[in-house]
Every structure is written in structure tokens, then in C-alpha cells.
Design a protein. Structure first.
Length: 342
């Protein structure tokens, strides 16, 4: 797990929730999770940003709100026919149960909060990655072997070529360092050892169906979801869904131009930020934070001492807001008010 810069570990909201008697049960790269009781959790999306296994010492305004609202959008609108972990409000079922919490937590920023079922014990111990386009971390092996996640694909496909059907390319979940890509057969064998072989087959089929449904919807907005990462607990969708932190989005028109030009398409995620930090001159004979090791305390201390130009922060915020508006055809503020009760 990437180390969070000290100045971002505690904030006024965390102090407020502790004072209200809530227990912090997990602090991830971006999200803080609090126990509510009755089998429910409060998930708070912060504005922290991570890349290359580091969490950087700068918040990206509105990022947490976009992640929260997009997850809500996909699960409540586009993928409402799939089981998921969101808990509805008792007073206004169209909203999330975070809406109800304001009765006793008047300062709770529900625009960054979702109440969910506590499914931690059922979460699959693999990253559930699906690709409708061949690229990313599996592309090098594909070029060498014609395989991606154990799936045999047509040879000599150009990077980011569209596949006839989405493929499942799982990876491990490593506490330290990079996740390791594995074949789908390995995933199924490991799940079978846990007595969950049949369930895992059904879970993957459901996730492919969900991804396909989301892909078709996004295409109506002239957007392609090149690949995405899901979390699943049993047969329920969990965690964030189809956000810029878990998915690779591009405009269909730009993807078509990129395929003709032999370049990467323009991604609607944290690409602006990643490009900037990959060019930072470090004192370790490396250019680019992407070449540093998060397990090295000197490297981590260097990253946590970085400062960032305002224009990079603004551009990154704008990228998150743009993909939200393109997908939902609403501004973030409009969606929060109408669909989340903000």
C-alpha cells in the first residue's frame, strides 16, 4: 500500500467523524472508510491523487466528488440491473443513505460520501481487469506471445485496437510494489481452491456483461471505455465503478485518429498529472517519478516534498470534470443536486 503524505493523512472531516464516534477502518490511496454499524460502511472519497504507486502531497479539487458521483451514476442509472453495494436512503430512495446521515452529522459533505454494505470479507483477492481494447500493461506480452491474460488474440494488432469481445486480464493485489498480471485460468484455479470456482465463473460473466453495457452506453456519448478495473464481492459490484481512477476513457473520434496515426489516444483520466511527474528531475540519477521505488524511503520522502504548479492541478481537475459531464450530460453540480440530494 502506498504511503500517504503526512499532511494528507488527517483532515478536518476525519477529526469531525472521529469526534462523532465513527471508527476509521481503512485508509486507502484515495478513500477513507468508516464503520457505521449494522453491516454498513461510510466511504469518503478524498481529493488525494496517486500515480506510479505513490500518493502525492497535493489535493486535486473536485476529484473526490467526481469519483463519488460517477460511481453513483453508473450503479443507479446505467447498471441498475446489476447487484451492487450501495445502500439507498430510507427517506428518499433515489438518493444514497449518506443523505440520511446528515440528520446526525450535519457537516458531512455527502457529495464525497457513499454508504455501502460491508462486503470486505467477500471481496475477491484479485484485480478484476477487463479490456475491450488491447493496450496497457498486457500489451508487451501480447506483442511477444499473442496472449493477453491467457487469451489468444489475433497477431499484430496495433496498440489500442478494439477486440471483438471484452477479455478478462486479472492481476494480483500486492500490498507492496506493483500488481502482477496473471492468466484468467490461474485466477479461476485459485478461486476454485477457495471453493468459489462456480461463483467466480458467474462473477466474471456478470462483469463482462456490466462492462459491455457501460461500453455501449458510453459509445452513445461518443466515448470509448478502453479498459476498466472492477471490484466484486460475491456477485455484487463494489468500490468505485468506471471512474477516471479505475478506467481508461477516450473520445471515439480521437481514438480513430490515433489508430490512423499510430499514437496513443488522448486519455480522460489523470494523464496530465502522470505526464508531468514522469518528467520531474530527481536527485537519484533518474528523470521521472515513475522510475522511483515507493519502497525506498528516500524516494518516498522526495516525492512527499514535491510542490506542483497551479496549472497542472487545474488541468487535472478539469480533466475529471470533463469526463463526468461528457458521460452524464450534466454538470457535476446539477447531478449532485438532482440525484444525490446535495
Amino acid at each position: 500500500m502506498a504511503k500517504i503524505p503526512t499532511k494528507l493523512q488527517n483532515d478536518k472531516l476525519s477529526e469531525y467523524l472521529r469526534a462523532a464516534g465513527l471508527e476509521l477502518v481503512a485508509q486507502g490511496k484515495v478513500r477513507n472508510t468508516w464503520r457505521l454499524g449494522d453491516g454498513r460502511l461510510l466511504v469518503v472519497a478524498t481529493d488525494r491523487i496517486s500515480a506510479f504507486d505513490f500518493v502525492f502531497p497535493v489535493p486535486i479539487p473536485k476529484k473526490g466528488e467526481v469519483l463519488t458521483a460517477l460511481t453513483h451514476f453508473w450503479l443507479k442509472r446505467v447498471l441498475a440491473n446489476f447487484d451492487h453495494h450501495l445502500v439507498d436512503s430510507e427517506s428518499s430512495p433515489e438518493f444514497n443513505a449518506a443523505y440520511d446521515l446528515r440528520r446526525r452529522l450535519s457537516e458531512l459533505p455527502i457529495e464525497r460520501c457513499l454508504v455501502v454494505e460491508d462486503l470486505k470479507e467477500k471481496l475477491y483477492p484479485f484485480e478484476m481487469i477487463f479490456r475491450h481494447h488491447i493496450g496497457g500493461s498486457v500489451f508487451k506480452k501480447y506483442q511477444e506471445t499473442g496472449l493477453a491474460g491467457g487469451h489468444e488474440l489475433p497477431r499484430d494488432l496495433p496498440k489500442w485496437a478494439k477486440l471483438e469481445v471484452p477479455i478478462f486480464t486479472p492481476s494480483t493485489k500486492e500490498d507492496v510494489g506493483h500488481d502482477i498480471n496473471v492468466d484468467a485460468d490461474y485466477f479461476f484455479a485459485e478461486m476454485d481452491k477457495k471453493g468459489l470456482g462456480a461463483e467466480a465463473q458467474e462473477a466474471v460473466a456478470n462483469l463482462i456483461a456490466a462492462y459491455s453495457q457501460a461500453y455501449e452506453y458510453a459509445e452513445t456519448k461518443k466515448i470509448l471505455i478502453l479498459d476498466t478495473k472492477f471490484e466484486i464481492a460475491g456477485l455484487k459490484l463494489a468500490d468505485e465503478i468506471l471512474t477516471p481512477d479505475s478506467s481508461r476513457f477516450s473520445l471515439k473520434e480521437d481514438w480513430e485518429k490515433a489508430m490512423q496515426a499510430g499514437r496513443d489516444p488522448y486519455f480522460y483520466d489523470k494523464e496530465v498529472f502522470r505526464d508531468y511527474v514522469s518528467k520531474i528531475v530527481t536527485p537519484f540519477e533518474f528523470i521521472g517519478v515513475n522510475k522511483l521505488n515507493p519502497e525506498n524511503s528516500n524516494h518516498t520522502n522526495f516525492v512527499h516534498g514535491l510542490e506542483f504548479p497551479p496549472e497542472i492541478i487545474t488541468k487535472t481537475t478539469n480533466r475529471y470534470l470533463q469526463i463526468f459531464e461528457l458521460l452524464t450530460s450534466q454538470s457535476l453540480t446539477e447531478y449532485q443536486k438532482q440525484e444525490m440530494g446535495v
